[in-house]
Design a protein around this ligand. Sequence first.
Ligand code: ADP
Length: 576
Amino acid sequence: MAAAGVCGPTPLVFRLHEGAPELVREVLLERGWEEYDEQGQEEGGWNLYWRTSAFHNSDYENILPWQRLNHHPKTVGITRKDCLARNLKRMRGTFGSGLYNFSPTTFILPNDYTRFLAEYTKHRLKNGGRSGYWICKPVDLSRGRGIFIFEDIRDLVYDSSVIVQRYISNPLLISGYKFDLRIYVCVKSFQPLIIYMHQEGMVRFATEKYNLTSLDNLYSHLTNTSINKFGPFYTTDKERVGQGCKWTMSKFRCFLHSQGINELFLWQKINNIVTLTLLTIAPSVPSSPNSVELFGFDILIDAKYKPWLLEVNYSPALTIDCQVDVTVKKVLLNDLVDLMNYKSMDSVRQRGYLKQKYKRPCYLGSQSLRSPVLPKSMCEHHPGNKKSYSIHSTFSDSMRFFPSVEMNRIRTARNSISNTKRSWSEASDIESEFDDRNLSTRVSPWQASRQPAGGCCKLPAIHIQKYKTPKFPWDPKSQDKSTPPLRVGDFILTFPFNEVTLKASWDKLNVKTAVHEVHKLISQLASGCSHIQKRGTEDELDRCKEKKDFGSLFWGPTNPPLLSECHLGKGYVGTS
Ligand code: ADP
């Protein structure tokens, strides 16, 4: 995929907050971006602001149309261990534990202590005095800090808020080593919900063989790199695992194939875990079309090939410890930047520069964040006409803030875009038209520099693209142009995945319908598999094909088939 970078005097500009990963700087510089100079450059003169920690409300409120932030607001509902436990419990209450059964039983202490004690005692009585294994984790720490495993409740000691979770004591092992999967997920938008999963994730190994008789050996029970890289066997060439503690996901897939395992069903289950988890917070995340978020989902696979969600990481580590990190994370970041689709943003920036009509801020939020402060001209021309601007794309949302004359021109050109629900593709058409118009009216950098500095938006000059931004490929088989791009680099669209979920994610997300569709999908895949396993004829395989109404890609294998065309043959892993 070509990089969206620039040459010439006016490249895209990135702004890194203190502590942002060095790799982000490296990748963006390689793409021809420039680093924002806090002292020397204009206040709004950046295109991407990257922070490891959360942004302030004011960052969302003051966002300008050509700018991107690397976090959505208010996602803590899945990224803090106690909030995740609470939200999943709520969803289990609403949709049943049959579907929301992918997270180990969890208690939030001290509040849930009595409930935990009851569960612990129940297990002891049932299992002849053995309660099973439990893991205790501080709610707001990461990288394995403060974690311990215990069997006896007398060993449970804590001095801060923690979660106590059932320890998955039968993990799938590779040559005796425990591992988990780091799955990279990009939420392009929460309203509508658009989820992409990256095909090239990571497998993280413990560096000592799994052993339930030494619960305090963290090198055997925890798979965090931050812990294992300090282990005595980190550099040892370990049986099958090799040196270090990481594999690429591709290598893991080769391993599964070498074991005669058809992993499609496993990936689909992981895919569902991701969707069902994000659905727990999606309705409560304020709209912030200029944000994207990269989450790290940690998935443990047990000996029966059931995937379990361990946690969701906010700002997953982008540090480079080994070659696997380089291979995975560089591609990941490049694909993430491609997903941000900077072409349209730059056009917007240019338009803003030329018109100099509107003033900051161009905040697009809603719900619990402060009400947006609209540019005065917009308030005058579109009183209370919120519905007219319901296009769900970054670009089109940002267009709300242009003077009405611009809207009118586009309306004429596009046969009235207002008062109509727009599709992604329609928005995208407008986008390209807008870009083209800008190209024809583009002023040269020197002309731009002569523009009077009027208004408070003295903007950076227009950039000229060196690398061609990827044209998002629509599914050529499908004439339905209202779907988001199915694939951007190695990011595969996983939600919405059919017409029903596409509709359900419009306007106000219909969680119930979305959950129901996920349920239907997994049941279809599961019954298809067992069906095929029993009979195994070509006929049966054909029947496994679902109705082709969307053509979403099956996340997982390197060259994913369409979801509707997946053949789940012999040796599939897991059950529904
Ligand atoms: P942290 O945010 O500190 O990394 P995690 O929840 O990811 O916390 O746990 C760290 C590691 O502990 C995981 O990568 C995994 O190896 C192990 N682990 C966590 N929870 C469980 C569990 N319920 N069962 C088995 N192993 C677990």
